[in-house]
Design a protein around this ligand. Structure first.
Ligand SMILES: [Fe+2]
Length: 262
């Protein structure tokens, strides 16, 4: 299907979708945090979990056998290990994956019927340009809102592959064309993420495009650094990118949420 012929259908679909899926600030557990999320698309909160708990989760990642399992299943590529359904390996991490504040934030941001569809561990170990190439480009994940919570289990400075987010880029009509492309061409696996190589790149912008958009709309980048125990809430509709590791290692947990009927 040609993308431009799908535009009216997409606009109608999007209109219907947002009729059901609307933020509800009154039900947010932390009003200031929620307002910042609405405005910027990203919020960073240090000391979300106590240092002791964070250290216990970090130990459990190393001792649970999860990383060996990931290596045997080829989930460990290019110095990045991504494990899905990670909660089954990490009883200690339930305090993050089942955290009531995160659930309430997701429900307030998406809809009462929000559901957690991924529980991941993301472990970067290889220093140098090794991360998955698509994530190094500014991209958005979907035309639908995605509430994502990342918990750093290691200290993340500018050289430890912090997430970078362009604040405010989750809003506006500028995104309509690429959203229509995603609507037409994105192929999703049953687990809720891209099921082929091309789909990974569909939301990406070349560096010159991202820079021009940033200048045009005046978006400020938020480099999401933080000590172990920091949590980042963000909407996957905003432009964001990963970074490659320049030193040390970076370990994080991810809790990803969507509207139940997606
Ligand atoms: Fe992403």
């Amino acid at each position: 299907m040609l993308v431009w012929t799908a535009l009216p259908h997409f606009v109608w679909t999007k209109h219907r979708y947002f009729h059901q899926c609307q933020p509800d600030p009154l039900s947010a557990p932390d009003s200031a945090c929620f307002q910042q999320l609405l405005q910027d698309g990203v919020v960073v909160r240090e000391n979300f979990l106590p240092a002791k708990t964070v250290a216990a989760i970090r130990d459990e990642v190393q001792t649970s056998g999860m990383l060996e399992h990931a290596r045997s299943k080829s989930y460990h590529r290019d110095g990045v290990c991504i494990v899905e359904q990670a909660a089954q390996w990490l009883p200690t991490a339930q305090c993050f994956y089942q955290h009531p504040m995160i659930r309430q934030m997701a429900q307030a941001y998406l809809a009462q019927r929000a559901m957690q569809f991924r529980q991941i561990v993301n472990y970067k170990t290889q220093v140098g340009q090794s991360a998955q190439p698509f994530e190094l480009f500014f991209h958005f994940d979907d035309w639908k809102p995605r509430f994502k919570a990342f918990l750093y289990l290691t200290d993340v400075g500018e050289q430890e592959a912090p997430l970078v987010y362009l604040k405010g880029s989750h809003r506006g009509l500028w995104r309509l064309w690429k959203e229509t492309e995603l609507f037409c061409l994105y192929r999703q696996s049953a687990q809720g993420f891209a099921d082929n190589w091309e789909s990974l790149f569909l939301g990406c912008y070349f560096p010159h495009q991202a820079r021009r958009l940033q200048e045009l709309w005046g978006w400020q980048p938020q480099v999401c650094t933080g000590t172990a125990g920091t949590v980042i809430f963000f909407d996957g509709r905003g432009l964001h990118r990963g970074n490659w590791l320049q030193r040390n290692q970076r370990l994080l947990l991810g809790s990803l949420w969507k509207y139940e009927e997606d």
